[in-house]
Write a protein that binds this ligand. Structure first.
Ligand SMILES: Nc1nc2c(ncn2[C@@H]2O[C@H](COP(=O)(O)OP(=O)(O)O)[C@@H](O)[C@H]2O)c(=O)[nH]1
Ligand SMILES: [Mg+2]
Length: 300
């Protein structure tokens, strides 16, 4: 090196590539292990309660994916696409107008010990199921076939009430269904109803969760790869929005992609559905085992 030539500065090690905020999943999912979760749920038995079932009450806005979620749970257990809960393919106002219990068939032809009730969409203040109807559903006063349509005559509606509900008629978990792609469009009337329902459930100690449907419509990453659901920043943001809107903690929010256009079931979709169901069933079973719930008197 000649005189006057300066030495090149020592090479700095190149900085590490910027770390993506969510390149690691924030919630662990046992991908590839759906059979274990399915088996666990199939062998679930209610202990210490007179109830044969935990009753899962599914509420939410019309088009949120309530019927699709119930069908998706059934699909996961039957290993094929079923359509018992009648998903509305036409859009518009609520398709489900009657109170109906959905059972899931076990391999031996009996029913699994958890059942679902789908209620008419909450829509807004005037149309849709009102908060009072849902309160009655929570307390077990609605009989099969109860008509949520307030335009039907009173006498017809009155047929739908039960006078002395058993423990098994009462809701043991409240599942709010919210579509990830529609959270910001949620009607104030619906949010108001959801809050009222939540308050009542809280007073009665009924566990509550949010199933956040249609995640792939809110996040292209998830659209490409469902296993990125707990890596996606967008999904986390949407879950936080759900949490703030309804007041349910993040740990009780489960993003789930429902079956909607598939012709076969898929292990990854099944896993998300069954993991959420496992949490729901465990929380509901804890409530049933609680003596104070069993002995509590319910008055309207
Ligand atoms: N892409 C997508 N569509 C869904 C999902 N869940 C439900 N849907 C669709 O959303 C629409 C409303 O669903 P539905 O179950 O009838 O809603 P409900 O009114 O709450 O019972 C239907 O067209 C479904 O096929 C999902 O996870 N992803
Ligand atoms: Mg429906």
């Amino acid at each position: 090196m000649g005189a006057g030539e300066s030495r090149p500065p020592p090479r700095q090690p190149s900085p590490p590539p910027p770390k993506l905020e969510f390149d690691q999943p924030w919630r662990k999912m046992p991908w590839g292990k759906k059979d274990q979760i399915e088996q666990k749920l199939r062998s679930f038995r209610l202990k210490g309660s007179s109830a044969r079932f935990v009753r899962i009450l599914v509420v939410g806005e019309v088009g949120a994916g309530k019927s699709s979620f119930i069908d998706s749970v059934n699909n996961a257990f039957q290993g094929r696409i079923t359509s018992g809960a009648l998903v509305d393919r036409t859009g518009g106002t609520s398709f489900t107008k009657k109170y109906k219990t959905h059972y899931i068939k076990a391999e031996d032809g009996s029913h699994l010990p958890f059942v679902f009730n789908d209620v008419m969409g909450l829509e807004d203040k005037k149309s849709g199921a009102d908060a009072e109807d849902i309160f009655r559903a929570i307390d077990g006063f609605l009989q099969e076939g109860f008509n949520f349509d307030h335009t039907s005559s009173m006498s017809e509606k009155d047929l739908g009430y039960r006078s002395n509900p058993s423990v098994e008629d009462q809701a043991t978990c409240l599942v709010n269904i919210i579509a990830a792609d529609k959270i910001s469009l949620m009607n104030d009337g619906v949010i108001d109803k959801l809050k009222k329902i939540r308050e009542k459930a809280t007073v009665q100690g009924i566990p509550q969760v949010i199933i956040m449907t249609r995640p792939e419509l809110a996040c292209p990453l998830v659209h490409r790869d469902i296993r990125k659901i707990y890596t996606s920043k967008k999904i986390k943001e949407k879950m936080e929005m759900c949490s703030n809107q309804v007041g349910i903690p993040m740990s009780h929010i489960f993003p789930v992609k429902n079956y909607h256009e598939e012709i076969d079931t898929d292990d990854d979709l099944d896993l998300l559905i069954l993991k959420a169901l496992d949490q729901i069933v465990n929380m509901a079973a804890d409530l049933l085992m609680d003596q104070s719930f069993n002995s509590s008197e319910i008055t309207e």
